[in-house]
Design a protein around this ligand. Sequence first.
Ligand code: NAD
Ligand code: TYD
Length: 351
Amino acid sequence: MNSTTRKILITGGAGFIGSNFVHYILESYEDVKLFVIDKLTYAGNLKNLDRWKDDSRLDFLRVDIADKNAVNTSCENLDFNEVAHFAAESHVDRSITGPEEFVRTNVMGTFYMLELARKKYEQGSLTRFLHVSTDEVFGSLGEDGAFSETTSYAPNSPYSASKAGSDHLVRSYFHTYGMPVVTTNCSNNYGPFHFPEKLIPLMILNCLQGKALPVYGKGDNIRDWLYVKDHCSAIDLAMLKGVSGETYNIGTRNEMNNLQIVELICTLMDKYHPAGAPHKKLIQFVKDRPGHDFRYAIDPSKIENQLGWKPKYSFETAIQETVEWYIKNGDWWKEILSGEYKSYYEMQYKN
Ligand code: NAD
Ligand code: TYD
């Protein structure tokens, strides 16, 4: 390592977006050192990082960020100057049935990471703390409009409330201590290594297994889909060029309702997995999620105009790539499904 090497502590780097970020950084920069810390909860999977297991640029440590002693003893001596903070409990349905872990990891865990970073900052070695957050902190939209960076916070689920709490803590470390923090709030991601409890991977895998496709309510709730690889390039740009204390919304103006997404996946599956066609016959409308936010939509003008971010992938290409990835990576998802994992739908309807 020399003095210009980027040295990044990545929390939650064995999860969906965190592992994609590790891939993105190691593919994009030769001169980099990554320290991934992750508790390896049900959602964390070291297989996601398998490709780099012999690469000396990556070190992995199993750490629970909500355990103050573990954070201090394992991380204080790591030589990093940037933090990319992904670790969180991330699934809204789980936050409804078990909110405590969300407060613990998302609020207390973020607090301990900020305190760790503050020590580095006071030693003069922290250049960035990038906090990855969600558009769900802004609550639910009606038919029109989009969230901007000045939209008021109005979180509706224990998940979004815990993320909102963490966003406020991060903000306070800029205003109180002058730390170089940046927060990004993005819309729903999709892509490789997505844990199959979330809409898109769940539907793809259920199609592959000939299982029901549970659509909550009437399927008219709207989400704004962002390809994870585009998200990673935006985070990296915000780390390098973001203005400390600022927040940036990340999205690609790609709104679709849930039924449209599920039907599109069925059409792609008819093409790539014709044995199960027509997959639409698997769609089942099920009981709605309590407090289900109607619509999310991101206005990404600020990151586009002020930092010059441009997504690289079209939705058509990226969703096709995603479907193909799950078809090709049966070993990855079969191992997950062979464990104790049950979808919310199965917990509600099949017990
Ligand atoms: P994920 O659930 O796939 O991964 C989370 C990772 O964090 C896992 O590897 C898990 O083991 C780890 N983790 C959980 N608790 C931990 C703890 N106490 N200590 C250490 N590690 C812990 O989540 P994701 O989809 O990759 O989300 C990453 C971040 O992006 C989260 O902060 C989430 O709120 C945010 N986000 C996600 C989306 C999305 O669509 N997936 C959208 C907006 C924002
Ligand atoms: P999800 O992927 O859980 O993300 P979030 O709740 O954070 O937006 O859900 C995306 C949308 O899909 C949301 O409106 C709920 C809906 N949904 C279903 O209709 N069926 C399902 O089995 C799941 C998991 C989600």
